[in-house]
Design a protein around this ligand. Structure first.
Ligand SMILES: Cc1cc2nc3c(=O)[nH]c(=O)nc-3n(C[C@H](O)[C@H](O)[C@H](O)COP(=O)(O)OP(=O)(O)OC[C@H]3O[C@@H](n4cnc5c(N)ncnc54)[C@H](O)[C@@H]3O)c2cc1C
Length: 402
């Protein structure tokens, strides 16, 4: 357990990574809040020039409600808790958040079974605010969307990710958290019951950081850091599988403002012909191309899913440039939801994001991995709904390190 900073240490805890998860963890640990009452000195180490430059800035921004996840999984539990916490946080910190709800739709009668399974999972998962809509109600909400039936998710919202990350960083600073931006963790070892991290700045200068505990919230870079500490990425009797793969998600935007405003809330089609929503997602790597809405009410299509070649040893950084390489597939997905009026020239390539996906055995859907070994905490596979769950993950880690 971590106590007062010893004179031999630079800080009690290093959090590696200033995405929304690392920031939420750092804020909780520095607050010494619910779990123990001990305030601890925390330093966040981040390779970029500022917070939220990787996955936390390249995602859909939906505050998920929790009907898609395996019952009892960390994704399920932390999504539900995180959803409530994020709504409270946004109110308290004036973070723009659009309480628009979400529609899950059976586009054609053949999808009704799939919709029913999402509904049943939502009920089992105790997701608040869900109800079946009559076809008239659904059409009144989204007249442009093709659907045979729909389920309403009232607890789903859209958050301004950048404003949220900014509010977390600011709350961290208020708690006295220190930030080492433009510093990459390039080595890590154990020393005298604590840890010594080797850092390299953008000019190539190296330095060391001695801390009592490490929280690895490095997203795509998490396995590389675990390796530095000697953990086997493929697991052994004491270590779960830590290896991750990268799954790209691209978006297309609507060139025409009329299309961009044609839908008012996120619309998720159930995976067509899928006998099991979770297994379908596990294979495909995402929830399937859907209509998302940003916090300004502008509609986008995506994300799609594509497995990438194995990550570089450092786990990124990724190439976030948008390329026009999926127009036909996006047009088909867009027409499936919005009808054949949508033309190829109505679409333009949008943002690109990368999911850090934990490698699993067989068809098992990947869960979040929160693994503690002594004073080391590993956050692995923090893909969607990681933005939603971030504040709940912060609390979870706070309890683990108490
Ligand atoms: C396409 C897509 C859509 C998504 N949509 C949603 C959604 O609608 N709702 C939702 O809840 N979630 C969504 N997510 C998931 C969500 O974006 C992530 O779960 C969340 O942003 C993860 O945050 P993080 O802090 O763990 O990771 P990151 O934001 O990636 O932060 C990790 C940080 O660690 C740093 N780092 C890595 N290695 C090192 C090192 N060696 N030294 C120093 N720093 C290092 C990186 O630079 C990075 O800043 C989506 C994700 C994707 C890809």
């Amino acid at each position: 357990m971590v106590g007062e900073a010893s004179p031999a240490l630079d800080a009690d805890i290093a959090v590696i990574g200033a995405g929304v998860v690392g920031l939420a963890v750092a804020e909780r640990l520095a607050a010494g809040g619910v779990a123990g009452g001990t305030r601890r000195s925390v330093v966040v180490v981040e390779r970029h020039e500022a917070y939220g430059r990787e996955t936390s800035a390249h995602n859909t921004g939906i505050v998920h409600a929790g009907m898609f996840y395996e019952t009892g999984s960390l994704k399920h539990r932390l999504c539900l808790e995180g959803n409530a916490l994020l709504h409270e946080w946004a109110d308290a910190h004036t973070v723009p958040l659009r309480r628009c709800g979400k529609l899950i739709v059976a586009v054609e009668p053949g999808d009704l079974d799939g919709l029913e399974r999402v509904w049943e999972r939502g009920v089992t998962n105790e997701v608040p605010g869900m109800r079946h809509l009559t076809p008239q109600e659904a059409r009144a909400l989204e007249p442009r969307v093709r659907m045979a039936a729909a389920v309403w998710s009232g607890a789903s919202s859209v958050v301004d990710q950048a404003a949220y990350a900014r509010s977390l960083e600011s709350a961290c600073r208020d708690r006295g958290v220190l930030f080492a931006y433009q510093h990459s963790v390039v080595s890590a070892g154990r020393e005298g019951g604590g840890f010594v991290l080797g850092l390299r700045d953008v000019d190539g200068h190296t330095s060391t950081l001695r801390v009592g505990a490490v929280v690895n919230a490095a997203g795509h870079g998490a396995p590389a850091i675990a390796s530095m500490l000697g953990f086997p990425l493929d697991g052994d009797e004491r270590t779960p599988i830590l290896r991750q793969r990268v799954n790209r998600g691209r978006y297309y935007d609507f060139a025409d403002p009329e299309w961009a405003r044609s839908v008012s809330r996120p619309v998720y089609p159930v995976p067509p012909g899928s006998s099991d929503v979770q297994r379908h997602q596990a294979r495909a790597g995402g929830l399937g191309v859907h209509i998302s809405i940003d916090v300004d009410g502008v509609a986008h299509l995506g994300p799609d899913t594509a497995w990438m070649p194995d990550a570089s040893p450092e786990g990124g950084p990724m190439d976030y440039r948008s390329v026009d390489e999926g127009r036909e597939a996006f047009l088909a997905a867009g027409r499936w939801l919005l009808g054949d009026d949508l033309r190829a020239e109505d679409l333009v390539p949008g943002q690109v994001g990368y999911r850090p996906k934990l490698v699993t055995v067989g068809d098992t859907p990947a869960d979040f991995l929160i693994f503690r070994a002594g004073d080391y905490v590993h956050l692995g596979g923090i893909e969607s709904p990681g933005l939603t769950a971030s504040l709940a993950i912060g609390r979870y880690v706070e309890v683990l390190l108490t």
